[in-house]
Ligand binder design. Structure first.
Ligand SMILES: Nc1ncnc2c1ncn2[C@@H]1O[C@H](COP(=O)(O)OP(=O)(O)OP(=O)(O)O)[C@@H](O)[C@H]1O
Ligand SMILES: [Mg+2]
Length: 415
């Protein structure tokens, strides 16, 4: 299509803006010429007027999806529903879900967000507790604090005890806080709304607050669900950096949102994680907000064995002694163990390439890898020990203090 012809069409549309047929031709011409933005603008006008023929809805939706124009895509979906275009509706719903998932980390139920009640049970596959090695204490705690109240809302209501109140997970990096939050959603079969505080933050005045509010709105729209605020310390970091009121306002918005949850009892389960609990605002820890603060320690020996077991689940192995490996990797985090496994797998792949055979992963591969990976939890533990000794709010760290007092840990930290 020549640019002259498009220009002529555009003129004609301007002259008779109510001629839907003409506008449709213009839109299609623009699309064919590769001007998606221009085409979508024309399609949007037609859609608004209810003048976009049903057979065009999927194609327009697909174009809107590639251009990330979610409202327009949603418009196509709605129109397809009303027109009873069954197959098209499925396809458009899928496109909407993809964008929403990508943008927000919300896992949308398979079959869309508007399923029949039975389908509502069918959730997109998600991590569950059996993908999380060890951590039995923490899992049990989460079960009691989070999962049980949610599954027995009526029981809690009867005794006037509201379910929820947020749970704040803290601990050294790489020990499974984020994984555990995901798995909590998976355990409850609920959508998981993941909000990294850093992603919310924006240098423009007021935008961060709006983003945060929007995240809660999104969560409320998919409730019941697990809302996870990851890397909560980013809030405090902002306060240090910008020195004051901006970040303060963001904290205030967060506090308001948290308080609102309590009063509405609306099926929002709030989890948060940080590895800098000393940076988390006191106000955040008041009753009804994050009133449970849970220490996620480095995995103990048994936990390490089961973490490696989880990590090797889909790997062909021969002669791997999980307990021996666990014994050789004191103070390793889950992420450190993953590094060990990945390193070992690299060696196996090197061997496969060199020999043309496909050897299984062996204990020797893992041991060699464990020799070169260093545990990353010790720095954090030294740091928190400093806080416990010198800070005022040491009772917040009772769990950590108890952990640091255990003989084994004392020895490792001295060594
Ligand atoms: N208990 C565990 N079971 C299985 N894998 C684990 C476990 N803990 C950690 N891992 C592995 O380590 C990776 C990092 O864990 P995760 O991101 O959950 O740690 P984190 O505590 O959130 O760390 P950070 O404080 O750095 O955000 C996981 O993706 C997983 O592969
Ligand atoms: Mg994390």
């Amino acid at each position: 299509m020549s640019t002259e012809r498009i220009a002529a069409l555009r003129k004609a549309v301007e002259a008779s803006p109510d001629d839907d047929m003409l506008r449709l031709i213009l839109a299609e011409s623009l699309a064919t010429a590769g001007d998606a933005v221009g085409a979508l603008d024309e399609y949007a006008v037609l859609l608004d007027r209810g003048a976009l023929p049903a057979e065009h809805l999927v194609a327009v939706g697909e174009l809107a999806a590639t251009a990330e124009r979610l409202p327009l895509l949603r418009g196509c979906l709605e129109a397809a529903r009303q027109a009873g275009v069954v197959e098209g509706t499925g396809r458009l719903q899928q496109l909407v879900d993809e964008i929403v998932t990508r943008r927000t980390g919300v896992l949308v139920p398979a079959g869309g967000v508007d399923p029949a009640p039975m389908q509502a049970e069918v959730l997109r596959e998600s991590t569950t507790f059996d993908r999380v090695g060890g951590m039995d204490d923490v899992k049990q705690l989460i079960h009691r604090l989070v999962i049980l109240p949610l599954s027995r809302l009526e029981l809690y209501a009867k005794y006037g005890r509201r379910a929820g109140g947020g749970v704040l997970l803290y601990g050294p990096p790489g020990c499974g806080k984020t994984l555990l939050a995901r798995a909590t959603a998976g355990e409850c079969g609920l959508p998981f709304v993941n909000v990294r505080i850093e992603d919310v933050m924006d240098p423009y005045l007021g935008v961060s607050e709006r983003n945060l509010h929007a995240a809660f709105e999104r969560a409320r729209a998919s409730a019941p669900c697990v809302l996870f605020l990851d890397e909560l310390d980013a809030l405090a970091f902002a306060r240090h950096k910008h020195g004051g009121s901006d970040a303060r306002r963001l904290v205030d918005v967060l506090l308001q949102e948290l308080d609102a949850i309590g009063s509405e009892n609306d099926g929002l389960l709030v989890l948060a994680a940080t590895n800098a609990p000393w940076d988390v605002d006191e106000a955040m820890l008041r009753p009804g907000r994050f009133d449970r603060v849970v220490f996620v320690p480095p995995p103990d020996e048994a936990a390490r064995a089961s973490i490696v077991d989880v990590l090797l689940r889909d790997v062909p192995t021969a002669g791997v002694d999980l307990r021996a490996l666990a014994a050789r990797t004191p103070m390793f985090s889950g992420a450190d163990l993953r590094a060990v496994v990945e390193r070992a797998l690299d060696r196996v792949i090197d061997e496969a390439l060199a020999t043309g055979q496909e050897p299984p992963l062996s204990g020797a591969h893992l041991e060699a890898a464990a020799e070169v990976v260093r545990p990353t939890t010790l720095d954090w533990l030294h740091r928190v020990r400093g806080y416990i000794e010198f800070a005022n709010h040491s009772e917040r760290y009772d769990d950590v203090a108890a952990y640091l007092r255990t003989k084994d840990v004392r020895r490792r930290m001295a060594g």
